[in-house]
Design a protein around this ligand. Structure first.
Ligand code: DC
Length: 230
């Protein structure tokens, strides 16, 4: 049997990766994995344990010892997925602004990254996954059959995030969202370990003015093309 493919979707926050990756997983009958949720779970754990960022070794030890797992929705369904930290469902708790801010900082710690990368590689080892993140095509699955670098202008990304946050009942002004986004973009793209960069063999899609469905169609066209080339 031919091994099902791995689809890597990388890009900055607010580019629409989650919605697009979920749609793709649904259309392909693949599993959808949100790698950022794992860094968020480590951030939540760090916050709760009261470990300061000045103790990266302790945070890395916490990340290694934490039991982080997904309750995976069935392949090909709408991708609704729960994340568990030490058997507690933290799906909602990892989405607060406090956790969002800290997740960017903990994800810059090399020991945290190596622990999460191993977990991600284990979850996707059989193929048949659409995994989204920042370093999926460059570090986690450099051999992924299809790699997409999904981006959009900073203005459009901030507006999308602001709309999502308002819908979730989180209060923040567009200016605050933009400021946080700029800080995170800078930190995610300049950290020494696995910075957010496009893989040399990734297809870049600039999603300004496109709906998630249109982006997903474009990725499906790339997948089709690759399949014909094989
Ligand atoms: O995608 P997200 O916003 O939920 O990710 C949370 C943080 O984790 C973000 O600051 C970047 C980081 N991250 C990462 O460094 N590598 C990944 N593969 C996914 C997320």
């Amino acid at each position: 049997m031919i091994k099902p493919w791995t689809i890597a979707i990388d890009g900055p926050a607010g580019a629409g990766k989650s919605t697009v990756a979920r749609l793709l997983a649904q259309r392909l009958g693949y599993l959808y994995i949100d790698s950022g949720a794992m860094y968020r779970a480590v951030a939540l754990h760090t916050l709760r344990c009261g470990i300061p960022l000045t103790e990266p070794d302790q945070i890395a030890a916490l990340a290694r010892a934490a039991r982080i797992r997904f309750q995976i929705a069935e392949a090909g369904t709408d991708g609704a997925q729960r994340i568990f930290l030490n058997d507690e469902d933290v799906t909602e708790a990892i989405r607060t602004p406090e956790v969002t801010a800290l997740s960017s900082a903990v994800s810059a710690i090399p020991g945290v990254r190596s622990a999460m990368v191993s977990l991600q590689q284990a979850v996707g080892a059989q193929g048949g996954v659409v995994m989204e993140g920042r370093d999926i095509g460059t570090v986690v699955f450099p051999g992924a059959e299809v790699k997409v670098f999904l981006t959009a202008s900073p203005e459009e990304r901030a507006e999308r995030r602001h709309r999502d946050m308002t819908a979730r009942g989180t209060e923040a002004t567009l200016e605050e969202v933009r400021r946080d986004q700029d800080e995170r973009d800078l930190r995610d793209s300049t950290r020494p370990v696995s910075p957010l960069i496009s893989a040399s063999d990734a297809v870049t899609i600039e999603s300004d003015g496109m709906t998630p469905e249109e982006v997903a169609e474009e990725v499906l066209a790339v997948i089709d093309r690759r399949r014909r080339e094989k």
